[in-house]
Design a protein around this ligand. Structure first.
Ligand code: SAH
Ligand code: SF4
Ligand code: F3S
Length: 465
């Protein structure tokens, strides 16, 4: 077992000290704007960053161009994510020319990538601060140095990572919250850069998770999503994920979700939890990546197609109406047409509610980057189009089958397109739009589904006994 370093106590106090110093500076940025890329981990990290910046006396500013401090929380899981991040940063150079006082900060997974900090320093000297995923909690100290020394600060730690407890947080939503239960990943799927930029797996203590969840319940949060790259390998305090889930369920939050699950570690207990826990939503994101055993082996996924299908059957026998979603990579190095068609047939067999589909993207430093990849880009793009079309048909059929049902919707937002409409999700995770006003946001509302579109449902509010 790796040694786990928990940051709290003294180090936390030291950072609070820096935050107070920044706050008392006469010349300091007054407002901030965070651009978050990538997954829910980054969204949750951005909430922590917002919390720290608020402690330093800064206020959120909606318009990026107007903010005194602009922070990019980056992703590098695929090349286009990285290009988007870099493209944005270059654009900021212009802004900095107009407003030389603004501060530009880059954090997150791309900043943590091997060699990237140096590259940023050399190629983009106008960036004021670069920090990685393992030292996010030291933002107050870094910002203090940037302001005091008026020199760029570039600090990316190589350590496998720490767990920082007790950091401030400014949540993006009042009614739905992310709670980290673990950090990092040990799986080293051959295509994936995440283990290199997020470090080794480390689980929070169950009590720390439960305390955070309890506070959220007390604040009236309606939905908690537990987060980890692979929640199924959670081992906090020696306990397993299903056990933690059970204890969160007892806190009484109306809706519990979690992500992400790795099929190889999906336990019997977790499957059983779908039949037993009152607040666990009937929904599971279970990335399959491919439907062919040779490709799965080359990906180092450590399960077979048969084992995956067996898991789906067992989940459905416990919870017949469970909503399933997945991630699929098309065009992994060496993937043949027949192997790709195995993915199509798996999709047909499982009938996922939805699927996130990606063309394989080569990431430097990963195993797959060494594998010969001679499938033309054009072929990969044709394959993904076939997959997307197939999944679209299945999604539409599943949505159509919801018409006439009565569901509870957690209202998230007012519709951007239709005035007087609001939208939110059913327990299974389908988006429903129905007539209503902003006062419904954050509430659980009973709705009858009246029609199905391509990606969403429409409904009307109902009153029940
Ligand atoms: N920890 C999560 C996923 C994190 S990345 C899990 O294991 O499920 C989210 C998704 O991005 C992955 O499921 C995979 O489908 C996709 N992905 C990761 N690396 C990729 C790469 N190099 N090219 C294309 N897609 C990739
Ligand atoms: Fe990447 Fe695999 Fe870890 Fe998910 S489980 S983060 S895909 S290495
Ligand atoms: Fe991207 Fe990092 Fe998440 S690489 S997908 S933001 S863990």
């Amino acid at each position: 077992m790796e040694k786990q370093i928990i940051v709290a106590g003294d180090e936390l106090a030291r950072q609070q000290e820096y935050a107070a110093r920044v706050r008392s500076l006469a010349r300091r940025p007054q407002t901030f704007h965070i651009v978050t890329m990538g997954c829910q981990m980054n969204e949750r990290d951005s909430e922590t960053i917002a919390g720290m910046l608020s402690e330093m006396g800064l206020r959120p500013e909606k318009t990026r161009e107007k903010a005194d401090l602009i922070l990019y929380n980056t992703c590098c899981v695929r090349e286009n994510a990285e290009n988007r991040a870099l493209g944005n940063v270059i654009w900021l150079k212009e802004l900095k020319r107009e407003r030389p006082d603004i501060l530009i900060c880059v954090g997150g997974c791309m900043a943590q990538e091997e060699g990237m900090a140096d590259r940023l320093k050399k190629q983009y000297p106008f960036i004021d601060l670069v920090f990685g995923t393992h030292n996010l909690h030291r933002l107050p100290e870094y910002l203090w140095r940037v302001l005091e020394e008026r020199n760029p600060v570039v600090e990316v730690l190589r350590s496998d990572g720490v767990i920082a407890e007790g950091l401030p947080q400014q949540r993006a939503s009042a009614f739905s919250a992310f709670v980290n239960i673990m950090y990092g990943c040990n799986n080293f799927c051959s295509y994936c850069i995440v283990p290199y930029v997020r470090g080794r797996e480390r689980s929070r203590e169950p009590q720390a998770v439960l305390d955070e969840c309890k506070r959220l319940v007390d604040q009236g949060v309606q939905e908690i999503t537990l987060l980890g790259q692979n929640v199924n390998s959670y081992r906090g305090g020696g306990g397993e994920f299903a056990e933690l889930l059970r204890r969160v369920d007892e806190l009484g939050v109306p809706r519990i979700r979690f992500m992400t699950s790795h099929p190889k570690d999906l336990s019997e207990e977790l499957i059983a939890a779908y039949g037993e826990l009152r607040h666990l939503m009937p929904n599971l994101h279970l990335p399959v990546q491919a439907g062919n055993d040779d490709i799965l082996r080359a990906m180092n996924r450590r399960y077979t197609r048969e084992r995956y299908l067996d898991l789906i059957n067992r989940l459905r026998s416990v919870k017949p109406d469970i909503g399933l979603s997945t991630d699929i990579i098309v065009g992994f190095p060496g993937e043949t047409l027949a192997q790709f068609e195995d993915t199509l047939s798996l999709v047909e067999t499982v009938r996922f509610d939805s699927a996130f589909t990606f063309i394989y993207s080569k990431r430097a430093g990963t195993k797959a980057a060494q594998m010969p990849d001679d499938t033309p880009a054009q072929t990969k793009s044709e394959r993904i189009q076939r997959l997307i079309a197939l999944q679209a048909d299945i999604s539409r059929e599943i949505l159509s089958a919801q018409v006439g049902k009565r569901e509870t919707v957690l209202v998230e937002s007012v519709s951007a397109r239709d005035e007087g409409w609001v939208g939110g999700k059913t327990p299974r995770g389908h988006m429903v739009n129905f007539p209503g006003g902003a006062e419904l946001i954050g509430r659980l509302i009973r709705v009858e589904i009246t029609s199905a579109g391509r990606n969403t449902l429409r409904g009307k509010r109902i009153m029940e006994e």
